[in-house]
Design a protein around this ligand. Structure first.
Ligand code: SAM
Length: 280
């Protein structure tokens, strides 16, 4: 495979609030490239003016403008070095760019991603939650039903879960999170990170709702939620075991169904019995 050496697409993360969080390398790259692709021209102008950088800026805020992607590929192929920037944070992380990057891969254009600010990773680093795995879920769905469906699918996820959320939906979303994950799941609120009004607060789901509902924490601002993974309780009976029990109980007595289920899954009959009594 022949990678074009001269012409590159740089992926340049930018600060999520505090301009000092830009890296030296990002500034140097922005100085030497030819064109900046900006999600928001106004935001990018403020940033580059601050660092006394003057560049041609083109708007790029939509992955689905195929003609624009084609034009950019052509620009790079004809010798221009281009940098992709979001309004804040890492491009393509809930921001546009993936289609353009895919098109660059297809055209053998060298892609150079720079490390840098990202709200999800910054919040995760402050979580103090002990598991070296996480899932990034982006924004919670707006609609109640889709939100519930997603949260139900994540209820027993052992990895730490990261969500972006808007100030308009935070209270409703916390209520749904409590309904599905329970009142006592550990949660980290990371609000307005790197800004003057930054709040990093780790608590339980129910207490976080209390703090918002009682205006102890103002809703205004940008929010990341980091939710601790599911911790198996000692008396937990897996969904697989319950499924076996449910199939059996439709054809034989509950007592017999418990006995056979326990045998199949090699668990204590009494443990299953106590669980079934509580639940059904
Ligand atoms: N690409 C960005 C990144 O790397 O984090 C994310 C872009 S997404 C459109 C914007 C969302 O990121 C906000 O609604 C908020 O949930 C989160 N976010 C961005 N900056 C933040 C900050 N300073 N503090 C807390 N959350 C932030």
């Amino acid at each position: 495979m022949k990678i074009l050496k001269k012409n590159k697409l740089y992926i340049v993360p930018t600060p999520i609030g505090n301009l000092k969080d830009i890296t030296y390398r990002a500034i140097n790259i922005l100085k030497k490239i030819d064109i900046i692709l900006a999600e928001n021209i106004k935001h990018t102008k403020i940033l580059i003016n601050h660092f006394k950088i003057k560049k041609t800026i083109l708007k790029f805020n939509n992955d689905y403008e195929h003609n624009k992607v084609k034009k950019i590929i052509k620009l790079i192929k004809t010798g221009k070095n281009v940098a992709l920037l979001s309004s804040a944070g890492t491009p393509t992380i809930n921001d546009p760019g993936y289609k353009l990057i895919h098109a660059c891969h297809l055209s053998n254009i060298k892609i150079i991603p720079l490390p840098g600010p990202c709200a999800a990773i910054t919040a995760l680093s402050a979580s103090g939650m002990s598991f070296n795995k996480f899932c990034y879920e982006g924004f919670l769905p707006k609609k109640k039903k889709s939100k519930e469906t997603l949260l139900k699918s994540l209820k027993k996820e052992k990895k730490i879960i990261i969500f972006y959320e808007s100030k308009h939906r935070i209270i409703k979303s916390l209520k749904t999170i409590i309904k599905i994950f329970g009142e006592n799941r550990n949660i980290l609120l990371a609000k307005e990170m790197t800004k003057i009004w930054e709040i990093i607060h780790k608590t339980t789901t129910i207490n976080l709702l209390y703090l918002f509902e009682n205006k102890k924490i103002k809703k205004k601002g940008e929010i990341v939620l980091v939710i601790d993974g599911y911790k198996e309780k000692k008396d937990d009976i897996s969904d697989k075991i319950i499924k076996t029990f449910k199939i059996l109980k439709d054809t034989i007595s509950i007592k017999k169904a418990i006995e056979i289920t326990a045998k199949i899954h090699k668990i204590k009959k009494n443990k299953l019995y106590n669980f079934i009594i509580k639940k059904y």
